[in-house]
Design a protein around this ligand. Structure first.
Ligand code: MUC
Ligand code: MG
Length: 420
């Protein structure tokens, strides 16, 4: 295509429009359409928020709560063309981890966000999110799910993967860590051995902070001794330590051969993170301290962390997470693709974005669906060779098993027999 025919407003994805498209999408790639570089106006008809309660495969023990189930918060936005996009706003442990709960996310979308969307152009994602930001403070998870659903639908209409809307992929698969959080040393070692044998994970994040520093570090050291150089061992303290406890803990963990300490102290103590970083030889990762681009900027400015755990929900959406990555790159902070233990939708949305990052030095932990007893996709995500493979289809590239989704909905009409 000669450059002169490209509209200067043309979005990034024009360069990767496939030469052959399915008939459903052929219209959008007609010459006229490319010349105008616009889609026909599509108005938003429905916004639905579904809560799905799904048991975990084993208790998942964090410093602030023990999870026995996960509540998936799914958002479906459908346009008047019948195309639907999905997003996810799942969080951890009700209100134990963050300030949005599954129930508050649903009420706030239904009451305050949906009225801002109905009837508006579904394809102007940035305009929709700007409008929401003008009327809704905070609510990062809710905003992320809405932005993801709009972006998924837009990418489906265009016939391109979601990653294409964010500049295209640098990689087709992502390294995936597994979290050992049973609370029992022998059980965690057994679980890690199984993951290594299956070639599913060789990066292990251990949840600590619920016991004394000495007990926790002894637990971690025993696991690292058992795994040796076969796996990277990292810990997530989820803010449980004081700064003095962290000084002791980080020395013990460094001696044990641990590679990385995630959020050892309170989220708001950026200066403390910086001090720990100066005094210890183990890398520090910011997680709960990082709620989007503004935090990324502040953390980078004071040199608080070696690594950022970038999360789409904590960043208020895909665009916010992309900005976090840009700030990290500018400040030479390394990146890790984090999770809020989302199901398949949030996991794949994160994967589509993380695949566009130039560097991802510490890999990702997009294992959420593997922690759940129930599958909600027609075809499960592909985890193999220590990585998650990205699908090539349009949008998120996944298809939901809607019968399964309906069976797991909290507001389902019929009792569920297969889930305890
Ligand atoms: C967190 O704090 O990182 C991610 C993995 C996991 O097990 O918990 C989450 C939250
Ligand atoms: Mg964490």
């Amino acid at each position: 295509m000669p450059e002169s025919v490209l509209d200067t407003r043309a979005p990034l994805f024009l360069s990767s429009i496939p030469s052959q498209t399915s008939s459903a999408f052929a219209f959008f790639f007609s010459t006229d359409c490319i010349l105008n570089s616009t889609l026909p106006a599509t108005s938003i008809e429905t916004v639905e928020v579904l809560l799905l309660d799904v048991p975990t495969i084993r208790p998942h023990r964090l410093s602030m709560t023990t999870m026995h189930r996960q509540t998936l918060v799914l958002v479906r936005i459908t346009g008047n063309d019948g195309v639907a996009g999905w997003g996810e706003a799942t969080t951890i442990g009700g209100l134990a981890y963050g300030e949005e709960s599954p129930e508050s996310i649903k009420v706030n979308i239904d009451t305050y966000i949906t009225p801002l969307l109905l009837g508006a152009d579904a394809n102007q994602v940035a305009a929709r999110m700007h409008h929401i930001a003008e009327h809704v403070q905070g609510n990062r998870f809710a905003k992320c799910a809405i932005e993801t659903a709009l972006s998924d639908a837009l990418a489906r209409r265009l016939g391109v993967p979601l990653s294409t809307l964010f500049g295209g992929r640098v990689r087709e698969s992502l390294p995936i860590a597994w979290t050992l959080a049973s609370g029992d040393t022998a059980r965690d070692i057994e679980e890690a051995e199984k993951m290594l044998a299956q070639r599913r994970h060789n990066i292990f994040k251990l949840k600590i902070g619920a016991r004394s520093v000495e007990q926790d570090c002894a637990h971690v050291a025993a696991i690292k001794r058992a795994l040796g150089e076969r796996g990277s061992v990292r810990v997530d303290v989820n803010q449980a330590w004081t700064e003095t406890e962290a000084m002791l803990g980080m020395q013990l963990l460094a001696d044990a051969g641990v590679d990385l300490v995630e959020q050892p102290i309170a989220a708001t103590n950026h200066d403390g993170l910086g001090r720990l970083r100066q005094k210890n030889r183990i890398a520090i990762m910011a997680d709960e301290s990082l709620h989007g681009p503004q935090d990324a900027y502040q953390l980078a400015r004071v040199g608080a962390a070696d690594v950022f755990a970038v999360k789409i929900n904590q960043s208020g959406g895909l665009a916010g997470a992309q900005q976090v990555a840009a700030i990290a790159a500018a400040a030479q902070v390394e990146l890790y693709g984090g999770t809020m233990l989302e199901g398949a939708i949030g996991t794949m949305a994160s994967a589509q974005l993380f695949a566009t990052f130039g560097t991802l030095a510490w890999g990702t932990e997009l294992f959420g669906p593997l922690l759940l007893t129930e599958e909600i996709l027609a075809t499960p995500l592909r985890y193999r060779d220590f990585a998650l493979e990205l699908p090539s289809g349009p949008g998120l590239g996944i298809t939901l098993d809607e019968d399964r989704v309906n069976a797991l909905r909290r507001d389902r009409k019929t009792p569920l027999v297969s889930v305890a």
